[in-house]
Write a protein that binds this ligand. Structure first.
Ligand code: A3P
Length: 360
């Protein structure tokens, strides 16, 4: 772990800021946190978004897995999309055309996703899709109509992970943020290959805030970092505690079917990451192909790539881009001194003896 001093951490204002540890304590925008919590449910002590397939979590055996299925698993905002792109290219021998032909959400659906929309939205979207060929372009340009089309993209094309995965030709590459105990039991029993990626919890938390504030379903969070921090430090965000998630998967890092990667290592040595993924999947790649994969998956290229961002949503209508900053250490622009002190203490306690550490 290394520490650098950021202006935000040292600002006079923030040294005076008192971190309120009590989750229900006073909070500038508690309404926003209450609204966030209303978009969640809890199972086995873990908080999930309401757009998560509850039956799958209650019965991890309902997912039909094939022996040749490959998974990328992670706590949200750990570099999952980046890792999926790498794994996907390793699996198809570096054929970038396949990866640009369709959106990643369609190519590699998230198993547990089950976006729910009110009936009127479903009816309006279906009607719109039916009328689309005959409606004048000017009408299609209206932002409300565009919004409905976006909902269609999210909700009907890639909104139901279980249905989506049935449509994909094997060998399938699938995504999940599920904790180990709720992961499809067939995948574990059949020893399907799973690439798990973890990222230091401070940058993960900050990236999480930007994700929920993006202006995209299922939640448009309007709170500040200080508000969101309270949810995060109290494990009240989707998929619950970062520590529980990462440490449980870490315990399985030596299982023959699991490859444990760290975001910070991938940043430092993307080539090494591609090679270890290829070794893990028993794929042999030429040096040129490895170079091409690294290039295609670079931050710059991924930022421009519509097939990994949200195509219809990309651009001005999003408050933050999905492929946003991609840095190690952005947390320093957000954590106050008090928050950092509190978080470091929790980190020390929770990580002690685990053998796992992160650079931040
Ligand atoms: P930031 O919000 O910190 O920028 P996930 O895919 O799990 O949701 O993770 C998203 C995070 O990974 C975002 O972090 C995003 O910018 C970052 N990311 C995406 N592609 C990346 C790449 N090629 N290199 C580095 N970081 C990347």
């Amino acid at each position: 772990m290394f520490h650098r001093c950021a202006p935000r951490l040292l600002s006079k204002h923030h040294t005076r800021t008192k971190t309120i540890i009590s989750f229900r304590g006073s909070c500038q925008k508690m309404d926003e946190n209450a609204r966030f919590l209303a978009s969640t449910f809890e199972h086995d002590g873990v908080c999930y978004s309401k757009d998560t397939n509850r039956s799958m979590i209650e019965r991890p055996d309902i997912v039909n897995c094939r022996e040749d299925d490959v998974f990328v698993a992670s706590y949200p905002k750990s570099g999952t999309t980046w890792t999926i792109e790498m794994v996907s290219l390793v699996m198809n021998g570096g054929n970038v055309e396949i990866n640009t032909a369709g959106h990643q959400q369609e190519r590699h659906p998230m198993l547990e996703a089950e976006f729910k929309f009110p009936l009127w939205v479903c009816l309006a979207v279906h009607l719109l899709v039916l009328l689309k060929p005959i409606l004048p372009y000017a009408i299609m340009e209206l932002s409300f109509i565009k919004m409905l089309l976006v909902l269609q993209e999210i909700a009907f094309e890639s909104g139901d992970g279980l249905k989506q995965m049935e449509k994909i030709k094997p060998p399938r590459l699938l995504k999940s943020h599920l904790p180990y105990h709720a992961f499809p039991s067939q995948a574990i029993r059949k020893k399907c290959k799973i690439v798990y990626v973890a990222r230091n919890p401070k940058d993960t938390g900050v990236s999480f805030l930007h994700h929920v504030s993006m202006g995209r379903a299922p939640m448009d969070y309007k709170g500040s970092w200080n508000d969101f921090y309270k949810l995060y430090v109290n494990d009240k965000v989707w998929y619950g505690s970062w520590f529980d998630h990462v440490l449980t998967w870490w315990q399985h890092r030596n299982d023959e079917n699991i490859l444990f990667l760290k975001y910070e290592d991938m940043k430092k040595d993307p080539r090494g990451a591609v090679k270890s993924i290829a070794d893990f999947l028993d794929v042999s790649l030429t040096e040129d192909t490895i170079d091409n994969i690294v290039e295609f998956c670079s931050f710059k290229k991924m930022k421009e790539n519509k097939a990994v961002n949200f195509s219809l949503l990309a651009g001005d209508s999003l408050k933050h881009e999905f492929v946003r900053k991609g840095e190690v250490g952005d947390w320093m622009n957000f954590f106050t001194v008090a928050q950092n002190k509190e978080y470091e203490k929790i980190y020390e306690e929770r990580m002690k003896g685990s053998g796992l550490d992160f650079e931040w």
